[in-house]
Design a protein around this ligand. Structure first.
Ligand SMILES: Cc1ncc(COP(=O)(O)O)c(C=O)c1O
Length: 383
């Protein structure tokens, strides 16, 4: 048996990082600890993993099926499909939309690279529409100007856990016959006019990476859609373009018996499937495993509690920062329920009398501020 001490690792320079290194203008790197707020695991998750480990099936079995079903219910969508992470979820979505060489996708520039990467991977061009400086989300007024005959879709990111202004975005998309993909990596628990993230666009993609609002053992993702047609394509893109034969096609004659259907007893019958491309798009293996899904189910039950904690800390900061000249706390859109995946400060350097980097150094050195390490982005306002 492996002793705990052999598997415990407390170093801070692991790949993927538990600290974020900022390269400051003075050339001295600043290390800021990340928050693993979303990964507050207790006996619920441990029990869930033990149950999953005892199962016969270790991938795409009962836990995944239940996680998908429970997720779809909470996020008010018809279909939820678990994936390995949000990037692969968005890649499957880009393929399901049929986006390819020569196409353009309008996307927010204020995001992690993954949102643009999946467009580039399919040979299409990301076209950036600028953000609203109040919310840091894509500005619907900037989208229409960017639409050309080549535009196929609009990819929005609900930045920091505050949803984009979805009504005008959906109206523009409808008028120009464009797909809308919601990158919900920050937005599990967020709402727009009472509607959950991932339930408004054609497809929503979630991340359950360690830093996210809910997490599934380090990595994980979910794809949501209300479209049966897209769900069917996404299913194939997620599992190597495999389409299982309908059971009636597996009937055959054997030793004078007509075998009509696969029954429970006939587990030994081979599984028949076709592997066919979807207009040149080939699927990959983006499957989630059972232990991750089991943890995801336990985390879903904690979603409200985890978001409340984030909101409590963020509201405390909003109040405390309110009257400090040169610093703007988070603007909350009254149409939105903010999940506060990130707490993003806006610095006006001339008013503050200090540069962003100077401010960050002081802020991260003070022990009492470090408690609020959900702060992970500080933006400098530039005219
Ligand atoms: C906005 C956004 N989209 C997508 C991703 C990618 O998520 P994942 O790591 O699950 O692939 C991230 C990760 O941080 C993100 O912040």
């Amino acid at each position: 048996m492996i002793e705990n001490k052999e598997i415990l690792f407390t170093g801070s320079d692991t790949e993927g990082g538990i600290t974020s290194g900022y390269h400051m203008n003075d050339g001295v790197a600043l290390k800021v600890p990340y928050s693993f707020f979303g990964s507050i695991y207790d006996e619920d998750e441990a029990r869930a993993v033990r149950i999953a480990m005892a199962q016969e099936s270790q991938t795409m079995g009962p836990q995944v099926a239940l996680f998908q079903k429970e997720f779809a219910k909470i996020f008010e969508v018809k279909h939820a499909l678990a994936a390995t992470n949000c990037t692969t979820a968005m890649h499957a979505a880009t393929q399901a939309f049929g986006i390819g060489i020569g196409d353009e996708v309008i996307v927010t520039p204020n995001t992690f690279i993954a949102t643009s990467l999946v467009i580039l991977k399919e040979g299409a061009k990301p076209v950036y529409a600028d953000i609203d400086p109040l919310t840091f989300n894509i500005d619907p007024k900037q989208i229409e100007d960017k639409i050309t005959a080549k535009t196929k879709a609009i990819y929005v990111v609900h930045f920091a856990g505050q949803m984009c202004d979805m009504d005008p975005i959906m109206e523009i998309a409808k008028r120009h016959k464009l797909f809308v993909m919601e990158d919900c990596a920050h937005a599990a628990g967020s709402k727009y006019k009472g509607r959950p993230a991932g339930s408004i666009g054609d497809i929503g993609c979630f991340s359950f990476h360690s830093l996210k609002n809910i997490t599934t053992l380090g990595e994980g993702g979910m794809i949501t859609t209300n479209s049966d047609e897209l769900a069917e394509k996404l299913q194939r893109m997620r599992v190597m373009s495999i389409t299982h034969w309908p059971s009636s096609q597996t009937s055959f004659e054997f030793a004078g018996y007509q075998m009509e259907k696969k029954s429970v007893k006939d587990y030994w019958l081979p599984s028949h499937f076709n592997v066919i491309d979807d207009n040149g798009k080939w699927g990959c293996n983006y499957r989630m495993n059972e232990s991750q899904a089991a943890v995801g189910r336990a985390q879903l039950r904690k979603l409200d509690m985890l978001i409340n904690k984030r909101r409590e800390s963020s509201h405390y900061l909003n109040v405390g920062l309110k009257n400090i000249k040169g610093i703007r706390g988070v603007f909350e859109d009254p149409n939105c329920y903010h999940a506060y995946h990130l707490y993003t400060l806006l610095i006006k350097e001339d008013e503050l009398g200090a540069s962003r980097d100077e401010f960050m150094r002081v802020f991260t050195r003070k022990k009492e501020f470090r408690a609020f390490c959900i702060i992970s982005q500080i933006i400098t306002l530039q005219d």
